[in-house]
Design a binder for this molecule. Structure first.
Ligand SMILES: [Zn+2]
Length: 535
């Protein structure tokens, strides 16, 4: 009851503030580079900071801090909007409000989320979206990949049809930041976990991208945090409640067509299947599901002109926040429920460690451009895109995942004190690692490794590892000082995915055990995976 009264008081207070804020004149300095150049240019980090300075100078509701100092020395800002203002995660937690985190530009050439989030901040502070701060705290990082953004060049995004002609590049110093959710190697990812995920603990993460080329007919496509090994409800709620409602809202307000993320093979025209990307938690949005939080991947349509892409991204951001404005308490309750369920009942469950993409029960009426087949001079058939938009009914919508291999969630994982790097990696994810206070013997399972397969395509310089072998029941003794990770933890499913030897995107996959296993296997004997499962 006391909390309800507290919110009521805040509503009145913010009403007074809003009246004052409404008097602010939108100045040229508050306009984005895209708006001021007829959408011919996109902003550098310095130009983004200049807009933030202009907004900040007219409000008390903005708090700014450093997300990180990049490898090339750029100071990346994190912006917190709240009414009344907050400056620390503790204050945010005390307020009881929903925390939404919106980041753009993780791929430096995908620029519209950056411009659209500045416009959203301006609308929220001084425009017609001021109510959005009544009951939620909004964190923005408009330029997540500052080094990639500021490496401006022509034609780095050819699918965007030179609109704008000059953009940043995808990677940050050669590194794809949206493949780093598990191994946490880039400075940006470390900063995200240290300064956002493990501190502000957002209920919802929104990651703003632009597609690479599929000729669907949507202004924007989206995906939830795909459900894999974790609690299902945060993902299911995002996929089947929140996103359909937002889709309907943007259609009603702006006549924009949004839909599920995916692609199809136009050589098999008309399309029969629409397939998404990956369930893997190395993608930041998917990672959030293992943490009992919601996430949305947003992909504006690369073949739309820049002004349309910015509008679609802005409409999406603002309609997401309209939804969370109404449903914040429901979202908090689902996430909190998932925390409790993971902590209290993960142990002993059979959960997936490898997955396959499956269609949703409901097929999609797919909006796409038509295709015209023609015979080439060499006799083969090729296709060109028609300018006509068509709907293909009954397309199988591959936008979910089912396990192809499962394993039992143990009560704890135990490993030798020699694996300091492993303990540190878990702590970077926000997982507490305990130390055995006395020698002890445990019953459970060891994984006997028979070989290491390597993937064909390198990811961020890794030739990833997949283990062959099998679990065997075993009793093993450990020493005082060895590490213990309890699965009686709200992050139980993240810990499970990180440490299971057969997980398709765990720390094995990211080569953390290669050195140890390689030297042991060189002796030509089967070797035990060094993380013991207590069952
Ligand atoms: Zn992207």
């Amino acid at each position: 009851m006391s909390r309800i009264r507290f919110v009521a008081v805040l509503l009145c207070f913010s009403g007074v503030l809003q009246a004052a804020e409404n008097d602010v004149v939108i100045s040229e300095a508050m306009m984005t580079v895209a708006e001021l150049t007829n959408y011919e240019r996109t902003s550098t980090l310095a130009e983004v900071v200049a807009v933030l300075d202009a907004l900040d100078s007219q409000t008390d509701l903005m708090h700014r801090e450093r997300l990180l100092l990049t490898e090339q020395g750029r100071d990346v800002p994190l912006v917190v909007l709240a009414d009344p203002p907050v400056t620390t995660p503790e204050e945010a937690f005390q307020s009881g409000k929903l925390v939404v985190y919106i980041q753009a530009n993780i791929h430096g050439g995908e620029v519209e989320g950056k411009e659209a989030s500045l416009i959203a901040m301006r609308d929220i502070l001084f425009g017609d979206k001021q109510h959005l701060l009544e009951n939620q705290i909004l964190i923005f990082v408009p330029v997540y990949n500052a080094d990639g953004n500021d490496t401006m060049s022509e034609n780095s995004r050819p699918n965007q049809e030179l609109s704008p002609a000059v953009t940043g590049i995808r990677a940050a110093n050669g590194y794809d930041l949206n493949r780093d959710g598990m191994i946490i190697e880039a400075l940006e990812t470390k900063a995200l976990y240290d300064n956002v995920i493990n501190t502000w603990d957002p209920d919802l993460l929104v990651d703003l991208h632009t597609t690479n080329g599929t000729w669907h007919g949507y202004s924007l496509t989206y995906a939830p945090s795909y459900h894999t090994a974790g609690e299902a409800l945060p993902s299911d709620y995002t996929a089947y409640q929140m996103l359909p409602a937002i889709q309907a809202a943007v259609k009603g307000k702006f006549d924009l067509d949004f839909s599920w993320y995916g692609g199809f093979d136009y050589r098999d025209w008309p399309p029969k299947e629409f397939r998404t990307y990956s369930h893997a938690p190395r993608y930041l949005t998917n990672n959030m599901g293992l943490r009992n939080r919601m996430a949305i991947l947003s992909e504006t349509f690369s073949h739309d002109r820049f002004y349309k892409r910015v509008h679609a991204a802005n409409a999406f951001i603002e309609e997401i926040l309209e939804y969370t404005y109404v449903h914040g308490a429901e979202i908090q309750s689902i996430n909190f429920g998932a925390d409790v369920a993971a902590r209290n009942s993960a142990i002993g469950q059979e959960k997936g460690v490898r997955f396959e993409m499956v269609p949703l029960p409901e097929p999609l009426d797919l909006l796409s451009y038509n295709y015209i087949p023609y015979e080439k001079d060499d006799g083969t058939v090729d296709y060109v895109r028609s300018s006509e938009l068509v709907v293909t009914e009954g397309v199988l919508n591959y936008n979910a995942f089912m396990p192809t291999l499962t394993s039992t969630v143990p009560s704890s994982y135990i490993f030798s004190s020699a694996f300091v790097g492993l303990a540190n990696k878990l702590e970077e994810h926000g997982v507490e690692v305990d130390i055995l206070e006395a020698d002890a013997t445990f019953t459970g399972e060891v994984f006997v490794v028979e070989g290491i397969d390597k993937t064909n395509f390198p990811l961020n310089g890794h030739q990833n590892s997949i283990l062959d072998g099998e679990f065997q029941s075993a009793t093993r003794s450990f020493s005082r000082g060895d590490y213990v990770v309890s699965l009686n933890h709200r992050l139980a499913y993240l810990i499970f995915y990180l440490l299971e030897p057969q997980a398709d995107d765990g720390l094995v996959f990211w080569n953390l055990f290669d050195e140890y296993l390689g030297s042991e296997l060189a002796a030509d004997n089967p070797v035990e995976f060094p993380v013991f499962k207590v069952l």
